[in-house]
Ligand binder design. Structure first.
Ligand code: GLC
Length: 477
């Protein structure tokens, strides 16, 4: 039980890796300080933040990967078939027994280049993988605890740095998920003993050592994988305070000023998971949902969602979203100025489930032809969502994403600015006829929808932001 703490202390005392220890030692003393002001966060103007967030906002679409010891039971235990990454909590299995799954975690089929190729072919621009989920098992060769993949599994080595390297070779960005709550660490115990592990209760004597260990591990992640996103979760226990989140945020941004960190590092997720700048963290995290409306400029958010019904691998779960649902979600999110982080749970052998991969392949087919209407775009200038689909915008361009092809073969848009040209994104040389109407325009459409998921019509406009007339469905729009 004490192994993890001892390891941290041994590392700290032995000074076996000088640079990391130096920052962790600082971290430990910072953590012990009575109050840590947010002033230590590097100062940043909204423009500087926009520049830091640029690759991420342009990317719009990423792959989330939940991989850990829970992949071994693959969702099943004693007649139950609904389990996944919360296995330990849901079954109440003793720590020592759960830890035995490590002996069967041997991802001999793990091919990071293949995973990256699947993500890239789907049109995804970044990957965020679980470095440590609530179970507490660490997926790289950390010095923070021996409860890690390199020490406890037959595989005997970490899986994150190879994925980071493969992602970069393919031009994708790399990020990591890290749970603050830890069901294995001796600092924490179930708040309701004998029932569930969640939420944990903290032994106050061990809190600063645990935070030091977190900082050590996160420092390793930054140095060894150059993680560009830190995606926190499991922040909802009483013992984790907003001040703890601010301190950790400042610590991490000082280590790497370019880092992008989600809002679950602090305690203020806010409605739809988007705290709109009220709390710590760079972006909001709606989970399994898409906010009904977009947000003012400067509010960053990312909807995370499962591709089937579980985050981690569940061998019975074949309930994959259709490619159309995924494309519509992505477009809906982009039309509101957000990102889409779509999750897949690999098997313990290291294979991405073929059912999910097949869906991603179809999504990729659409993205290959239409990605320009997603990447680097901004939110629709129209306050309303349209019954036929959604709108995204780029300088001088409006992209009309038509989900439901109008039976009258014309599309009406309450836009009163100058429109130079209209065409299908996939047939740019063929101009579509247009006419102006009171309060907007009408574009003549071909009889058949060219794409049954989403046909994109491009409008070349003088100013994509201005001159939305506010005319409504009642007025024929
Ligand atoms: C929830 C779950 C967790 C999952 C996460 C993804 O917080 O606790 O299992 O990793 O959502 O957003």
């Amino acid at each position: 039980m004490k192994t993890r703490l001892c390891r941290v202390l041994v590392c700290l005392l032995a000074g076996s890796f000088a640079a990391t220890v130096a920052s962790v030692a600082t971290a430990a003393s910072t953590a012990a300080a009575p109050s840590v002001s947010s002033a230590v966060v590097p100062a940043e103007t909204p423009q500087q933040k926009a520049a830091r967030m640029r690759w991420w906002t342009d990317a719009r679409f990423g792959m989330f990967i939940h991989w850990g010891l829970y992949s071994v039971p693959a969702g099943e235990w004693q007649g139950r078939r609904d389990l996944s990454e919360w296995f330990m909590d849901q079954t109440g299995m003793p720590r020592a027994q759960y830890a035995q799954f490590a002996r069967r975690f041997n991802p001999t089929k793990y091919d990071p280049d293949e995973w990256v190729r699947i993500a890239k072919d789907a049109g995804m621009k970044y990957i965020v993988i679980t470095a440590k989920h609530h179970e507490g098992f660490v997926m790289w060769d950390t010095r923070g605890t021996d409860y890690n993949i390199a020490r406890r599994t037959p595989y005997g080595r970490g899986v994150l740095a190879p994925l980071a390297a493969a992602a970069r070779r393919a031009g994708l960005h790399f990020g990591t998920y890290y749970s603050i709550m830890d069901w294995h660490d001796p600092s924490q115990s179930p708040a309701e003993p004998g029932k569930h592990y969640n939420p944990t209760r903290m032994n106050p004597k061990l809190k600063s050592a645990y935070i030091a260990e977190m900082k050590l591990e996160l420092t390793e992640l930054i140095r060894e994988t150059h993680t560009e996103v830190l995606w926190f979760d499991g922040e909802w226990m009483d013992w984790w305070t907003d001040a703890d989140g601010r301190d950790l945020y400042a610590f991490l941004r000082r280590l790497d000023p370019k880092l992008i960190i989600n809002n679950r590092i602090g305690r203020t997720r806010g409605k739809y998971g988007v705290n709109q700048g009220a709390g710590v963290g760079d972006f909001g995290t709606p989970e399994q949902q898409i906010p009904p409306q977009g947000y003012p400029p400067g509010v960053y958010w990312e909807s995370c969602m499962t591709l089937n019904d579980h985050w981690g691998y569940n061998k019975y779960d074949d309930h994959w979203k259709s490619p159309t649902t995924v494309v519509h979600n992505l477009v809906d999110i982009a039309s509101k100025g957000g990102n889409y982080l779509l999750n897949i749970g690999p098997t313990a052998e290291g294979v991405l489930p073929p059912g999910g991969v097949a869906v991603l392949r179809q999504v990729g087919r659409w993205m290959h032809a239409n990605g320009v209407s997603i990447y680097g775009t901004s939110a629709s200038p129209f306050p309303q969502a349209f019954p036929w689909g959604r709108v995204t915008r780029a300088p001088g361009l409006l992209y009309l994403h038509v989900f439901d092809w109008p039976t009258r073969h014309e599309l009406r848009l309450p836009f009163t600015g100058a429109v130079h040209r209209a065409y299908l994104l996939t047939a740019p040389n063929h101009a579509l006829e247009m006419r102006t109407m009171p309060g907007g325009i009408s574009v003549k459409l071909p009889a058949e929808a060219p794409d049954d998921m989403d046909s994109v019509i491009v409008l070349e406009v003088a100013d994509a932001t201005a001159q939305t007339s506010g005319a409504t469905a009642a007025a024929g729009y």
